[in-house]
Design a protein. Structure first.
Length: 304
């Protein structure tokens, strides 16, 4: 059977289409994670989504929905504590990160969640996406795009400097809360696709590559989507042709692409100073001093 013939199966095609949507849209959220330094928050939301999924598996509910509810509760709690107390956001998110992962494994142990179900939380499975999950992902992806496009000026101001954003009349706490809520929901969807352990391949690597290449905020968002789509297509193809799990294929391809982009940008940065030096050296002194000549030591010898 041809490797491409597997796309004739509905679960495979559905998983592929959802992965494409995730590759295009979810790296946009990764830009917020990197620019607002939400790495600790990312771990806290991963763990709370893990807790929600564990509760759902123990109770027989949809892991995607319960994971979204768990992350929403944690995000709203963090946002409230951020505005009501003087505690550093990092301290608050660290507390939730430790608490939720402890509760998650307690639920898995106490309610005898099967090993296969537990591994699915950690590693994901795009082929296990139900039609309902796929529709939810598509609707959410459309909401993310609308959020970024409609609110881009406000988002750009908050990403630049929250004090500047506040000074020009932007409700920074509200925008920040909306951003971290979107980060939490995105993590839930990505975990459903490729698992908690591999979500950075979709969420973080594409915006990292975009930040290294782009020259503007708008360009960063656009290139993040381009790199995300490339990772999704390339990773899926690698998984199909090499007979690997889709999550592994996406992660391996994303890591290799990231390494390639890093090498190219590093070489470009090394060449740039030499290019500028050569351009400066090529500026002839004669342009400023008529037909003046210089000896090998750079001393002007006068006009001929």
């Amino acid at each position: 059977m041809s490797a491409l013939m597997v796309l004739q199966y509905a679960p495979v095609m559905r998983g592929f289409l959802v992965l494409l949507a995730a590759g295009i849209v979810f790296p946009l959220v990764g830009v917020f994670v990197l620019r607002l330094n939400l790495i600790t928050l990312r771990f806290a939301l991963m763990h709370s989504s893990l807790l929600g999924s564990a509760i759902a598996l123990a109770a027989g509910f949809n892991p995607l929905l319960i994971g979204m509810l768990a992350n929403t509760a944690v995000v709203l709690s963090i946002a409230r504590l951020r505005t009501k107390t003087n505690q550093n956001v990092g301290f608050i998110t660290t507390f939730f990160m430790v608490l939720t992962v402890g509760l998650a494994f307690a639920v898995i142990y106490r309610f005898n969640v099967s090993t296969n179900d537990s591994l699915q939380i950690l590693w994901g499975n795009i082929y296990a996406m139900t039609p309902f999950d796929a529709r939810m992902t598509a609707v959410y992806a459309a909401c993310v795009v609308a959020f970024v496009v409609v609110l881009f000026p406000r988002l750009a101001a908050v990403l630049y400097d929250k004090d500047v954003a506040t000074s020009i009349g932007i409700n920074e706490p509200l925008v920040y809360t909306a951003i971290i809520l979107m980060v939490g929901l995105t993590i839930t969807f990505v975990m459903r696709l490729i698992g908690a352990l591999l979500l950075d391949a979709i969420l973080i690597l594409p915006p990292l590559m975009a930040i290294a290449v782009a020259k503007s905020m708008r360009g960063t968002f656009i290139l993040a989507s381009v790199f995300g789509l490339t990772v999704a297509i390339g990773g899926f193809a690698l998984a199909i042709f090499a007979d690997l799990p889709a999550s592994s294929g996406v992660t391996i391809f994303g890591a290799l692409l990231f390494a390639g982009v890093h090498i190219i940008t590093a070489r470009h940065k090394r060449k740039k100073p030499f290019q500028e030096e050569r351009n400066n050296a090529e500026i002839s002194p004669n342009a400023a001093h008529g037909s003046d000549r210089f000896d090998v030591h750079g001393v002007r010898r006068g006009s001929e």
